[in-house]
Design a protein around this ligand. Structure first.
Ligand code: GLU
Length: 317
């Protein structure tokens, strides 16, 4: 049971529940290791729970066996998660229910546009780098058009939240994002909807993840508000980029981490997160690494940056 807050005496906040939510598009690489380590240490340093969720909705991008290999790599590095890993592919009914609620409230609309039509008609770029949806089907499908996807109406007002690493983040979804897809033309539910449903269903109240997702957060906060779900706290960690500034990702075939390096590998991820690390920790047994890393964890030391280039030494670790 949580204790009352010593400063205010008020009933305590709910116990910390964090998570790591990899997409199984390939083996664990250094960038995802950083997110796994940061989210786990932040949870354990607050004696919280740390859950695992496999975000395997995008069947087109899933790599065979990747989920099992990711879990195995985490396990062999001494990560311990609470309960069983949750697989999004087994939870489609929940996403369908959430979409039905949004449909009932008029928050979403059917859209007939293909990606190339959006691209051709759009005059602005979204924060995601793609074409900002020009609103073609917002007020009804064109006559004879067939719905391919469902989009959420992007509200035209400024949202802000305090990121625990990056500070205040502001965004106007209508201007910077555009109406965004929740149910895709290929019949899959989109990440933005699934992540909100599952963070709430798993009782997650503290999200720690890569800063490549910071621009998605306002969409998620808006969805939480529309679905009557609580908003967790957010902390976005710097993302590892290569020398050309590209995010290391499973799709760009970033090297899988070599888990047999044990604490030496984890220490590189810890240093990337700005933590001070005792000289000999890289040679310590894993149990020693974890107890020292949890005791020393300071989210305030994490660099307040969205991206950090890896030194050649770490790259491909
Ligand atoms: N599945 C996402 C990824 O691997 C992370 C989602 C999240 O942490 O919200 O990039």
């Amino acid at each position: 049971m949580p204790l009352p807050d010593p400063l205010t005496g008020l009933a305590a906040r709910a116990p910390y529940r964090g998570r790591f939510a990899p997409s199984p598009t390939g083996p664990l690489h250094f960038g995802s290791l950083v997110a796994a380590l940061g989210s786990c240490l932040d949870a354990r340093a607050q004696r919280g729970a740390w859950l695992l969720r496999i975000e395997d909705l995008d069947r087109g991008r899933a790599a065979p066996d990747a989920a099992r290999r990711i879990l195995q790599t985490l396990e062999s590095l001494g990560f311990e998660w609470d309960g069983d890993a949750l697989y999004q592919s087994g939870r489609i009914d929940l996403y369908r229910d959430a979409l039905a609620r949004l449909q009932g409230d008029g928050r979403v609309f059917p859209c007939a546009c293909s990606r190339s039509e959006v691209e051709a008609r759009s005059r602005r770029r979204s924060v995601d780098g793609g074409a900002l949806y020009p609103g073609t089907c917002r007020d009804g499908l064109p006559v004879g058009a067939v719905a391919r996807s469902w989009r959420m109406r992007a509200p035209d007002r400024e949202f802000s939240f305090i990121d625990r690493v990056l500070g205040e983040i502001r965004q106007n979804p209508a201007r910077e994002v555009g109406d965004f897809v929740l149910f895709r033309a290929d019949g899959e539910f989109a990440y933005q909807l699934a992540v909100v449903v599952d963070d709430a269903a798993q009782g997650v109240n503290a999200v720690v993840r890569g800063a490549d997702l910071v621009d998605s957060t306002v969409r998620q906060i808006h969805l939480q508000e529309c679905l009557g779900l609580p908003t967790p706290t957010y902390a976005h960690l710097p993302v590892a980029v290569d020398r050309a500034g590209q995010k290391l990702s499973k799709q760009t075939r970033a090297e899988p981490v070599d888990a047999s390096r044990g604490a030496a590998l984890l220490v590189e991820a810890l240093r990337f997160l700005g933590q001070s690390v005792p000289e000999d920790l890289a040679r310590a047994p894993l149990s020693e690494f974890w107890s020292q890393a949890v005791a020393g964890w300071s989210i305030r030391s994490v660099p307040k940056k969205r991206a950090i280039p890896l030194t050649p030494f770490i790259e491909g670790a």
